[in-house]
Design a protein around this ligand. Structure first.
Ligand SMILES: Cc1cc2nc3c(=O)[nH]c(=O)nc-3n(C[C@H](O)[C@H](O)[C@H](O)COP(=O)(O)O)c2cc1C
Length: 278
């Protein structure tokens, strides 16, 4: 990947780039740390860890969730005993959770994905699908979801650690244009299109494999951010950033949850959200 012109532009010494991954997979060491806190829910992305690690998490009584981006992935997760499956529609912000196929052409939009997974599995389905407001929650429930998982809408909340350049991008018209890119971590993730994505991608086969791309881009990102630019940063966001609000997360959650009552009252009983089924 040709980053050297950018390094020259920002006066970065490429030999100073740290080697090694920016993150590591869930491990026995990570489980040891978590076990102390005994979280009630542990949610995985990119499939599941090795069976013995999963069993360790299950032993302390945690409910186990993981994302599925296709019906096949949902069935795979159900067969391995997850307590609920997160149906991640193509609109969702952040990393795609796919793990059975790398073919992005097989990724499915929400209206197709959620009802098909709901029909295919017996466990609860949580929709993670570009939801921006209470109507979106009601729509996901009408498709049969038992609940929703929302990321983008919370990113301007005071509690979120969203960076200044990321906040500025989410508040701007730029947030209306997102794409899947592998430039920032090595795995496809949805973010607001910026200069790096326009000029090198958004998908570039030369990007270092996940998660090595994170370190490769880090000095450039840091230097640009110090100058107030998000043009080289991962600006993760879903296709619908219109629900982002600078309010406390608790207030946003109450607003979004207002849809639950509506959804439960207005659904055809035959297609009722899983949470409402007898
Ligand atoms: C900034 C950001 C970070 C995320 N990090 C994770 C993560 O660490 N693990 C995970 O399972 N999903 C992660 N997600 C994905 C969300 O769980 C969820 O699938 C997605 O946000 C739903 O779509 P929405 O962003 O349009 O609401 C992230 C999403 C965003 C926007």
């Amino acid at each position: 990947m040709r980053k050297s012109p950018y390094f020259r532009e920002f006066g970065i010494d490429a030999s100073a780039i740290p080697a090694g991954p920016g993150r590591v997979p869930f491990s026995a060491a990570a489980a040891e740390v978590l076990e102390e806190f005994q979280p009630a829910v542990v949610s995985f992305h990119f499939g599941l860890p090795a069976p013995e690690l999963l069993e360790r998490v299950r032993r302390w009584g945690a409910k186990i969730l993981s994302s599925a981006t296709t019906v096949d992935e949902a069935l795979w997760l159900e067969a391995r005993g997850v307590d609920a499956v997160i149906a991640q529609g193509l609109e969702a912000g952040g990393h795609r959770g796919h793990f059975l196929s790398e073919d992005l052409g097989m990724q499915v939009g929400t209206f197709a994905l959620v009802p098909q997974i709901v029909r295919a599995v017996k466990i609860p389905v949580i929709a993670a699908v570009g939801i921006a407001d209470a109507k979106g929650v009601a729509a996901a429930m009408a498709l049969g979801a038992a609940g929703v998982q929302i990321g983008t809408a919370y990113m301007l909340c005071a509690e979120a650690t969203t960076s200044a350049v990321h906040r500025a991008a989410l508040k701007s018209d730029a947030a209306r244009v997102t794409a899947l890119t592998n430039l920032f971590t090595g795995r496809p993730a949805r973010g607001i299109v910026n200069r790096l994505m326009r000029e090198l991608g958004p998908i570039n086969p030369a990007a270092p494999a996940f998660p090595l791309a994170t370190a490769a881009i880090a000095p450039l990102r840091a230097q640009a951010e110090s100058l107030g630019s998000g043009e080289f940063s991962p600006l993760w966001a879903g296709q619908n950033a219109s629900g982002c609000k600078e309010v406390p997360a608790s207030l946003l959650t109450r607003e979004l949850a207002g849809a639950l009552e509506y959804a439960l009252q207005h659904c055809d009983p035959g297609e009722a959200p899983q949470a409402a089924r007898p």
